[in-house]
Design a protein around this ligand. Structure first.
Ligand SMILES: *Cc1c(COP(=O)(O)O)cnc(C)c1O
Length: 368
């Protein structure tokens, strides 16, 4: 079988450790997963209601246009019905963008490290990848502008950036959009949009009318707590949305997911509670890090990337043995760090105790 050459250098996505697997391995009753930036508070109660009451007739295909969900979101965001493109997670919208705009002979620009799916899908389309290193966790926008050439088709901005949590502020985004040639797609991936708590954060959607090359991505997987149902969407100019919709599979979001996302979106009270609890717990965690004299990246998300004096794998292994799953920075392209999702207060307190003990052990080893 002669598949595309590029697959020889790629491997399937390795998911983080599964809770059940770790429970069995360690013989623990309870595992706290703070590895994938999921919502520890779950999702709106209204979702369960509607899913049991309304989601039936699974023999019928879903509404490929996601009309009800489209209506609720387009009204709220004050954009045209047809400016939305839904996907099986924003992951799928990323893939669709790559399929529409990238091919052999073109190139695409992104930060490094950033969300890995931009590169993954771009490689499959045969595009060249131009990676511009972050500056202390922030996008180097000038560096990205400097590498644009005639073959550049898509630029990826991840704000807040995964895995660092840093945002692109309004003046920087404005200047960037002003300078980027208008025939290059600029994707602003805002998977953690709901968590941003900064006055200088841009209202990205307000730029779509001025910059028809801008695509803003949002998802139901993070603050909305629906990662298991897979819904995300892009907001963009009508012409761009039209092509993306041609490339989209006709029934790419399920009936169940559409129902759930619609209810979840209507319950903004839940989002408010999630965000305020998360920010409170993050502040406590950051105070703890300061006390421990551990450095960290500025985060406008529900996770913090913490710098360590040792490999991230060491703290990962230690916390795993205590029943906490986090992400080692080694796997994320930032050695000597860990990415920790902000969880519920009691879990965070307990994890902090373990980190304190861990740091004591390594300090002692150094002293010996
Ligand atoms: C989690 C995440 C996504 C993917 O979200 P899905 O909608 O679940 O596919 C996209 N971008 C970033 C930066 C993320 O962290």
């Amino acid at each position: 079988m002669k598949h595309k050459q590029v697959f020889n250098q790629m491997s399937p996505y390795k998911p983080g450790k599964q809770v059940e697997e770790v429970k069995k391995e360690l013989g623990l009753d309870r595992i706290v997963k703070l590895a994938s930036n999921e919502n520890p508070f779950g999702y709106s109660e209204k979702v369960d209601q509607v899913v049991t009451e309304s989601a039936n007739h699974f023999e019928i295909y879903p509404d490929g246009y996601a009309t009800v969900l489209r209506d609720v979101i387009s009204t709220d965001l004050a954009v045209d019905f047809d400016q939305l493109v839904f996907g099986c997670g924003s992951d799928e919208v990323i893939d669709i963008i790559c399929r529409v705009y990238l091919e052999k002979g073109t190139n695409t620009i992104m930060a490094t490290p950033t969300f890995p799916q931009y590169k993954h899908n771009a490689l499959i389309q045969g595009a060249d990848i131009k990676e511009v290193p972050l500056l202390n966790g922030y996008h180097d926008l000038q560096g990205m502008l400097d590498v644009i050439d005639d073959d550049t088709r898509v630029i990826w901005l991840c704000s807040p950036n995964n895995p660092t949590g840093c945002i692109i502020n309004q003046p920087s985004l404005e200047r960037f959009l002003e300078v980027v040639p208008e025939d290059i797609i600029v994707v602003m991936d805002e998977a953690y949009y709901e968590y941003i708590n900064r006055d200088d954060a841009p209202d990205s959607l307000s730029y779509i009318n001025t910059y028809p090359n801008l695509v803003v991505l949002r998802t139901f997987s993070k603050a909305y707590g629906l990662a298991g149902l897979r819904v995300g969407f892009g907001v963009c100019d009508l012409a761009v949305a039209n092509v993306l919709n041609i490339a989209r599979g006709p029934f790419n979001t399920t009936k169940l997911a559409q129902f759930a996302a619609t209810e979840a979106y209507r319950d903004q009270e839940f989002i408010k509670r999630t965000v305020s609890e998360t920010i409170k717990n993050k502040q406590t965690f950051i105070q703890f890090l300061d006390e421990m004299e551990l450095d960290y990246y500025d985060s406008e998300t529900n996770f913090v990337l913490v710098k360590l004096p040792v490999s991230g794998d060491e703290l990962f292994d230690y916390l795993l043995s205590k029943g906490f799953i986090i992400r080692s920075g080694e796997a994320l392209g930032i050695p000597n760090s860990v990415r920790i999702t902000i969880g519920e207060k009691t879990d965070m307190d307990m994890m902090q105790q373990h980190i304190r003990t861990f740091l004591g052990t390594i300090a002692k080893e150094e002293g010996e």
